[in-house]
Design a protein around this ligand. Structure first.
Ligand code: AQP
Length: 351
């Protein structure tokens, strides 16, 4: 049965990239799937350990999930550290994954910077914890932005190696399932997860530099639209967004070497629920002085209600905490059932 899992780190303000690349897709998937959405607080201490704002950031991401339209009654919303089996499975996966696999991760290289020896061990092992988050629930589908593609490939590699290394035991215990992977049928305990990287904005770029992704950690606040920005701030950031002097092209092809224009068209398409072609057919030949105000109106219309609802929810910490507690209990029950089997497969006595 398909099961969707995804997570967002409680570090910094959520931005339009997180919303269009991930959270909006979380909302769309819940109509036809069982979904588990997690605020991954254990991931957030990999880059910076001491974070006095961690509790409020965790509540704020939860509020964003709910404000965007995730239903915590029908689905599961919780924070990762509540379910200790994430750490337990991550340890096993640390022993499945190879150091070479981790060293190749571009996110580690980017975040560790030049002084790699001084990065936390947790930052290197980040993808192993991410694989544990997903596979603890035996999730089959993971909606993410494009930047997470490499980590999801690693999740598939970890699942395949575990299934393969323990194939005899999995067969003996009768806990494996048959899965279609591409053209092949494989057998194993963990599913080979499919990434869902969908929509016209899977990689939203910085408003200041069209070749850099929009990111929470960018020093310039002008580079991103935060989900909590008010109308004036959104208008200012879009007005100041870097563009070239030419008008928008009348064909999609004309956006090829124009990353800033391409980014704004992608944002417009994603926010309006239209295709890029459609947006170009309406605005092709127009100057940015026409397109940008239209984008401001659209962005304010779509984001202001979410920001208002987020603020309302953030003020109700008792409610947010009750959502996380309830979600944690339901997630924990699934996690423990799966971990019992994993312990048995690996050979850890727990009877
Ligand atoms: N620019 C983006 N465009 C589309 N999707 C994006 N995501 C992040 N940036 C973009 C997606 O948002 C989800 C949650 O991300 P995260 O908070 O877990 O981690 P991240 O990718 O590290 O987010 P940031 O904002 O880029 O933070 P920093 O600055 O710390 O690197 C993921 O599904 C991600 O793909």
């Amino acid at each position: 049965k398909p099961l969707v899992f995804s997570g967002v780190q409680p570090t910094g303000n959520l931005h339009l990239g997180n919303y269009l690349g991930a959270i909006r897709n979380f909302v769309a998937l819940q109509d036809h799937h069982d979904c588990i959405y997690c605020v991954v607080d254990m991931h957030s201490i990999t880059a910076q350990l001491v974070q006095p704002d961690l509790p409020s950031q965790t509540r704020s991401i939860t509020a964003a999930f709910l404000a965007a339209g995730i239903d915590p009654k029908k689905h599961i919303v919780f924070n990762q550290s509540r379910v200790m089996q994430h750490a337990e499975l991550a340890w096993i996966f640390n022993c499945v994954a190879r150091i070479g696999w981790m060293n190749r991760m571009t996110q580690f290289k980017d975040k560790a910077g030049k002084d790699r020896e001084n990065a936390s061990l947790g930052l290197l092992a980040y993808p192993s914890l991410m694989a544990a988050d997903i596979l603890l629930y035996r999730a089959t589908h993971v909606p993410v932005g494009e930047d997470q593609k490499q980590h999801l490939e690693l999740t598939r590699d970890i699942a395949a190696k575990f299934n393969n290394d323990f194939s005899t035991k999995i067969a003996e215990l009768g806990v494996g399932v048959e899965m279609e992977v591409g053209q092949e049928t494989v057998h194993g305990f963990f599913p080979i997860t499919e990434p869902l990287i969908e929509g016209p904005a899977t990689r939203v770029m910085s408003l200041r530099e069209g070749t850099k992704k929009m990111s929470k950690s960018d020093a310039s606040d002008l580079s991103r639209i935060n989900l909590t920005d008010d109308a004036d701030t959104i208008a200012k950031k879009i007005r100041k967004a870097k563009t070239d002097p030419a008008p928008l092209p009348s064909e999609l092809d004309g956006l090829k070497d124009r990353p800033e224009a391409d980014n704004l068209v992608g944002i417009y398409a994603a926010l309006s629920g239209r295709s890029r072609e459609d947006v170009i057919s309406e605005f092709g030949g127009q100057q940015f002085s026409v397109f940008k105000p239209a984008l401001v109106d659209l962005a304010v219309n779509k984001l202001a209600p979410i920001a208002d609802e987020m603020r309302r929810l953030e003020a109700d910490t008792a409610y947010i905490d009750s959502v996380l507690r309830d979600g944690g209990e339901r997630a924990g029950a699934i996690a423990e059932a799966n971990m019992k089997t994993v312990r048995e497969i690996v050979g850890f006595l727990s009877n």
